[in-house]
Design a protein around this ligand. Structure first.
Ligand code: FAD
Ligand code: NAD
Length: 153
């Protein structure tokens, strides 16, 4: 099976979109991710999967904490910025529990790294949620490689 077939299949699973954010040595770093899931209620655990080549790994491993920001349908630009699809944009982060968060997200989760595992070409980070904020709104979604069922020619 080739990579394209696998990505096409995985792209049939409709997801929301998050931006993972963390700060180490005074540098705030963000990365768009849809590999996110809820794991456990007791304790409150979530999971993210980060490609081994992503700069995000260095920041999370140094900080040992990160935030997950679930984007609303008005935040596609944020997803594109933190996936490297829109370049050289200034983003003002809010601070929550001493960690960087994307303002106006549907949800921001402040997490301490609870565990991490290597899995193929990705790193899995289990985060223990220490606090969260929730806002009303509609989600940004990702399906078949497109946002919110956009049609591309
Ligand atoms: P970079 O590529 O260096 O950073 C990402 C971008 O964010 C750069 O353009 C950078 O300039 C910008 N940026 C970072 N910090 C700041 C800041 N403080 N201010 C302003 N701009 C900043 N990859 C995964 O590993 N796992 C996933 O689950 C995943 N899901 C994705 C879902 C979607 C919908 C998309 C579009 C992409 C997804 N990706 C995922 C791919 C991932 O977002 C990109 O490969 C990303 O570029 C990797 O980021 P990086 O940490 O290597 O850092
Ligand atoms: P795409 O067709 O590449 O992605 C469709 C689905 O395939 C994604 O939702 C994800 O489930 C899976 N996928 C894609 N790349 C993957 C990877 N390297 N590792 C594991 N699963 C992967 O959609 P697209 O619009 O071309 O994506 C934009 C960029 O973002 C691409 O470079 C893609 O590789 C990357 N991306 C990476 C991940 C990830 O690492 N988990 C997830 C989504 C998108």
């Amino acid at each position: 099976m080739d990579d394209r077939m696998f990505r096409t299949a995985m792209g049939k699973f409709a997801t929301g979109v998050t931006v993972i954010a963390s700060e180490a040595n005074g540098d705030v770093h963000g990365m768009t991710a849809n590999a996110f899931m809820s794991v456990s209620l007791d304790p409150k655990l979530i999971l993210i999967s980060v490609g081994k080549n992503a700069k995000m790994n260095q920041t999370i491993q140094e900080a040992q904490k990160f935030t997950v920001n679930i984007l609303s349908d008005s935040q596609q630009e944020m997803s594109m910025i933190f996936a490297g699809q829109l370049k050289d944009r200034e983003v003002a982060f809010d601070t929550f529990e001493g960690m960087p968060v994307i303002e106006n997200s549907l949800v921001s989760l402040a997490c301490n790294v609870y565990d991490s595992h290597e899995a193929g070409d990705h790193m899995l980070y289990i985060g223990e949620v220490i606090n969260l904020s929730v806002q009303d709104g509609e989600p940004l979604t990702f399906f078949e490689g497109k946002y919110n069922n956009q049609v591309t020619s």
